[in-house]
Design a protein around this ligand. Structure first.
Ligand code: ZN
Length: 161
């Protein structure tokens, strides 16, 4: 049976490392906030954080499929360079936005030759096992406004209004 849990806003700090122990990202500008149940962060990480106490620290290891997914070869395409002639300064690491009407797809340039450009629509961290060192900074019930907006407010959350 499905359990309906009240939505919470969780603040946490983190250091993200790859499986070789290299630091990829961290919350050095202050804790990150998210609204539970909104799909804002990796599901396994949300599950772990939801069961932690304020001040508790934990190391969460995720396989690629639990994190940003495995690499989908169908998302890697080669395009003739002449088709992208209107784009200046194309180089490896450039992100392009492809407008597909309903959604916006972000593609990363992964190779450039004289004749073609390789574009990769996989998440940059797809195919990687990841390790998060996390600390639960705060956890509180979400406000009605946050639930209706679908995101957390306040420092570390969504800035607008
Ligand atoms: Zn809002």
């Amino acid at each position: 049976m499905e359990t309906i849990r009240p939505q919470k806003v969780i603040d946490f700090s983190y250091t993200l490392k790859n499986s070789q122990g290299q630091v990829i990202d961290s919350s050095d500008e202050g804790p990150m906030s998210f609204l539970t149940g909104s799909g804002q962060i990796i599901a396994r990480l949300e599950e772990e954080l939801s069961g932690m106490l304020i001040g508790q620290k934990k190391t969460v290891s995720l396989s690629a499929s639990e994190a940003y997914g495995v690499i989908d070869p169908a998302m890697i395409i080669n395009v003739a360079k002449s088709d992208l002639a209107h784009l200046k300064d194309l180089e490896v690491g450039t992100f392009l936005q492809l407008d597909l009407g309903e959604d916006m797809k972000v593609l990363r340039v992964t190779a450039v030759t004289d004749a073609s450009v390789t574009l990769d629509g996989n998440h940059p961290l797809a195919g990687q096992d990841l390790v998060f060192d996390v600390e639960l900074v705060n956890s509180r019930p979400a406000s009605a406004e946050e639930i209706s907006h679908g995101h957390a407010h306040g420092p570390g959350g969504h800035h607008h209004h």
